[in-house]
Every structure is written in C-alpha cells, then in structure tokens.
Design a protein around this ligand. Structure first.
Ligand code: SAM
Length: 266
C-alpha cells in the first residue's frame, strides 16, 4: 500500500468529516443515483462522504470499501450512529478487487485517486466491475487552484511542500485538472467535469471556519513535520506560510479553492 500522506490520525478523521460537511452541498447536491442502484464507493475512508451520500440515495444499496481496517471501523461506527442501513462496509484494495465483472450500477471515488501511484490503472480495474452504461463519479481537489488574499509567498511555499511530499509518496495533489484526461484515457464515454469552487470570506463564516481553517489549512499544517524532515521547506518558512493561510481567514481575508467532479459512462 502506498504511504497515505495525511496519515490515519484522529485529527485527520476529524478533518475529513469537517471537509465533507462543509462541502456537502457544493459537491454532493447532485450525487443522486437512480433508485435501486448498487453503488461501489471505492476508498470510503472513515465514511465522511458515505454518511452524506447514502441518505440521499435511500433506495440504493452501497458497498463501501477501503484498504484501511481502522478507517473502516470508524466508518461503520459513524454510519451506525447516523442510522444508515443501506451501506455494507468491506475491506478491499482497489488494485485487487474480487467482485465479479459488471457487478455495480455506479461507482463513486472521492479524494482517493490523488493518493494512488497509478490512477489510470485504478480506473481500468474499477471499470471492470462497472456495468455497461453505468457511471463512475470522481471527485478530487487540485492544490494549484488555491489562491487567497492577502497574497503570501510563504503560504504558497507551504502548499507546494504538501504537493512535493504527496508526489514523493506516489500521489498527485494537482490531480483535479486531470480528471477529464483520466476518464477519457480509461475509455469512459460522455465524460463531463464540473469545477466546484469554494469561495470563503467573512460574509460566509461557515466556509471560513469549515474550509479555510479546518479543512485546507489543517491539511497543510498536518504535513509540517514530514515536509521539514524531508528537507522540502524550512520550519520558519512553513510556519510563516501557515500564518499566511490563517491570515486569509481574518475579516478582510479571502480564500478560494476548486474541486473537480468528473463523471464518465462505461
Ligand atoms: C483522503 S482519504 C478519502 C476518504 C473518503 N473518500 C473521504 O472523502 O472522506 C483516502 C482513502 O483512500 C484509501 N485508499 C488508498 N489506497 C487505497 C486502495 N488501494 N484501495 C482502497 N482504498 C485505498 C485510504 O485508506 C483512505 O481512506
């Protein structure tokens, strides 16, 4: 298994839940599958997306898989607490799925491809278990889309440190812009990508708290030790960068970031 750049800590689970709640409407208002679908959620993690998407699709059944047993047990707990009964959680590796061919009506993959060394291979393996005519939905961010006021070279350097670290672990924090080529290269048809922009200023305090601070800045902060230890950035620059990101969450600050949601048909 490739190293997961964000780790599996409690803080990371909380960050993923914050992210999912804050972005629920922006990303998932249209994550609605036809009734009676069987949906594979690949890389469900702690279930942060599952608990949003499964209740929106009460007439469909979900099989949500992840490679991490500890994340899966948190996912099961979250889903049980939310009273969700249409999801079966299973341990599975996207690169070694043992489902029969064409088992699923639809597949959803959220914030997973960015961590995989070979996302194209993953899409081809997922395609095998998708019915002809079924859809795959990919959701990813792209750290190159982060811009903010006031500008800060140190904040850009801290974000870039995360990009470099993720690349060193075999991932790609700039993958959002690649969803269309990834979908088409994997042979999906009728591919459509819709950019979903997060815009946060103090007139939208829930976005400032939930996204600028608790999602994006928390994620960059989380790589501090590894980025410094790897010699990618100096501690003082990194810390100034984090201060720069928090500065954009102040009353006169602005933060923008774009997620990409891509859908292709098998
Ligand atoms: C950033 S988390 C996203 C989790 C969830 N989709 C969400 O949005 O909250 C990425 C997840 O991908 C999982 N993952 C990474 N490689 C995988 C693989 N080969 N097969 C299955 N899951 C994998 C990790 O264990 C982790 O839970």
């Amino acid at each position: 298994m490739p190293e997961y750049v964000h780790g599996y800590s409690g803080r990371e689970a909380e960050r993923l839940s914050d992210q999912a709640r804050t972005l629920a409407e922006l990303i998932h208002h249209d994550t609605v599958f036809p009734g009676n679908s069987l949906v594979l959620e690949a890389g469900c993690g702690t279930g942060a997306q599952t608990v949003i998407v499964a209740p929106k699709n009460p007439r469909s059944q979900f099989i949500s898989v992840d490679i991490s047993e500890s994340s899966l047990s948190q996912a099961k707990k979250q889903a049980a607490e939310a009273g969700i009964a249409n999801v079966e959680f299973r341990a599975a590796d996207i690169f070694h799925l043992d489902f029969p061919d064409a088992m699923f009506d639809h597949i959803m993959v959220c914030f997973v491809l960015e961590h995989l060394p070979d996302p194209n291979a993953a899409l081809l393996l997922l395609k095998r278990v998708l019915k002809p005519g079924g859809s795959i939905t990919l959701i990813e961010g792209d750290h190159g889309s982060a811009y903010f006021y006031p500008r800060s070279d140190e904040a850009n350097a801290a974000i870039n440190a995360q990009v470099v670290l993720q690349a060193a672990a075999g991932g790609n924090a700039l993958i959002g812009r690649e969803l269309y080529p990834l979908l088409t290269h994997a042979g999906f048809r009728d591919c459509r990508v819709s950019p979903r922009m997060v815009y946060a200023d103090s007139s939208r305090p829930e976005m400032v708290e939930g996204f600028t601070k608790n999602t994006f800045t928390a994620m960059i902060e989380g790589v501090r030790e590894n980025a410094i230890a790897a010699g990618i950035i100096q501690a003082a620059v990194f810390d100034q960068g984090i201060a720069g990101l928090y500065r954009s969450a102040e009353p006169d600050g602005v933060f923008c970031y774009t997620f990409f949601k891509g859908i292709g048909i098998n």
